[in-house]
Structures are given as C-alpha cells and as structure tokens.
Design a protein around this ligand. Structure first.
Ligand SMILES: [Zn+2]
Length: 262
C-alpha cells in the first residue's frame, strides 16, 4: 500500500449499522461539517439515538469506532475511550485546518542532500507503521535569511497546522554528514507521527516519554548527539571553508537546551 492512500471510507450507513449492532438498539448517523459540535447525540421521543458527527469520522480507524460505541453506551464513565476519542478528534481537527501547501514553494533539493529522498526513505522504514493511513508531512529547507541569531537557530521544526517539516539550510554543507541530517529529519517526522503527549493538567509535552523512547531506539541517535556536540560551534558560525575545530568545552551545553525546543 502506498503511504499516500487515504483510509477506507466508513459512511453514515456503515456507522449506523456498526453502532446499532454494538449498542443493541437502533442508531442513526448524520455527517456534518460543523466543527463546533464534532460529536453530538440526540435521543428522539421514540428512544432512537441520532448521532451527529463531523464527516471526518468517515476516515476513523477501527479503534476510534469502538471508542465511539463505548462512549455512547457508558458516557464519561468510559474514561479511557473518552480520552482516546478526545485525542483523535484533536488531531483530526488539526488535519482539517491544514493550510494547503504550494509545492512550488518547497525546496527539498540542497547542494548535498535531497530532503524528500530522506523523508521518503524514513517513511518507508522507521515510520512504515505510522504513515500507513495518512501521508507523511511535506518537507523543505527553511529560508536562509541572515546570519542565524544564536537564540533563534533551530535545526528543524514541525508545523502541525501546515503538516510541514522545515530543515535549517545551515545543514546543507559539505562537512555535515548525510546521516546527521537524516537524524534531524527523523526527529521532526517523529513529531508528526506521534499523538500529542500530555502531562499534568493536560499540558502538552513535546518530548514526552513515548517520543524519547522512539528517539533512543533510532540507530544513529547516540552518534548524532555526539556529532552535534562536537560541531555545534562550527554550525553556528557563518558557513566558510575553514577546517572544523572542536567545540570549546561547555559551550555546547548552553546551546543544547534550545536547539530542539519543538
Ligand atoms: Zn523536537
């Protein structure tokens, strides 16, 4: 299956049949576009349930359909189903709001690496299971701009609204190994692949336990951190053709904290 194939459509009739079966009573389903009430249930005078849901539920995977059925029969008592459902709706809404990307504005081919090639290879290998139902993000080099200010330099970022990974053009230099750029692309794709992790009080965690575990399992993780530590000073300087010098002890530490804020 190609990674860009959409998930199979599960229409109003299929939903109604599924929910009637699960709940053991008659349920009808209406799709709508309203984002303000994504999922709403009305009980008619004759005891029939009418479920109004946004049409993106037509692309809901099996586990989401099961969560809807549990939520309908047990309400908020079905805590886990309600939480899974909230999370899936959150992500579906983010996808729905995505601004269309103009492919002509993407710059994927650098002097030394082709970002689209790296993204496609990672999508096939590391992320084969993650991007089976929905396509991986678009990718581009960010704009070079002026000399990067220390506090704003970020080697990569993932924009969930645009579903777009941006890689800093400073990485498109001869002395930067391809596997290091591949690691940065991996890190950003991981943000696109994993559902948001939440901490206490629902606060969003960008690099939560699941994220860290996947990252640590990446084959080049240790040597990528090591390379970054040794070359960060050189990367931060304006590109020029001087021999690579080792980073001054301690200097990289200050930099690491804000290198991957996203
Ligand atoms: Zn990150």
């Amino acid at each position: 299956m190609s990674s860009t194939d959409p998930a199979p459509q599960f229409d109003e009739t299929a939903w109604a049949e599924f929910l009637s079966e699960e709940l053991g009573s008659r349920v009808s389903v209406r799709f709508g576009r309203a984002k303000s009430s994504v999922l709403r249930v009305v009980r008619t005078g004759r005891g029939e349930l009418v479920v109004h849901m946004s049409e993106f539920f037509g692309r809901a995977p099996d586990e989401v359909r099961v969560s809807v059925a549990r939520w309908l029969s047990a309400g908020r008592r079905a805590r886990r189903s309600a939480r899974d459902l909230d999370r899936w709706i959150d992500e579906a809404l983010t996808r729905e709001e995505r601004a269309p990307i103009d492919p002509a504005k993407l710059s994927t081919r650098g002097r030394t690496v082709d970002l689209a090639e790296l993204r496609d290879e990672l999508a096939r290998t590391e992320f084969a299971a993650d991007f089976a139902a929905s396509p991986p993000p678009a990718i581009t080099f960010g704009r070079a701009g002026r000399r990067p200010a220390r506090r704003s330099l970020r080697l990569g970022s993932y924009d969930a609204r645009a579903h777009l990974v941006r890689i800093h053009p400073i990485l498109d230099q001869d002395f930067v190994p391809r596997w290091f750029v591949r690691y940065i692309v991996f890190h950003e794709l991981l943000h696109a692949a994993l559902p948001h992790e939440r901490g206490r009080g629902g606060r969003r965690i960008f690099h939560g336990p699941r994220f860290r575990a996947r990252e640590r399992a990446f084959a080049d993780y240790a040597r990528a951190l090591e390379w970054e530590r040794e070359h960060i000073e050189h990367l931060l300087r304006r590109p020029r053709k001087t021999p690579i010098r080792r980073a001054r002890t301690g200097a990289w530490r200050a930099v690491q904290g804000w290198l991957f804020p996203l």
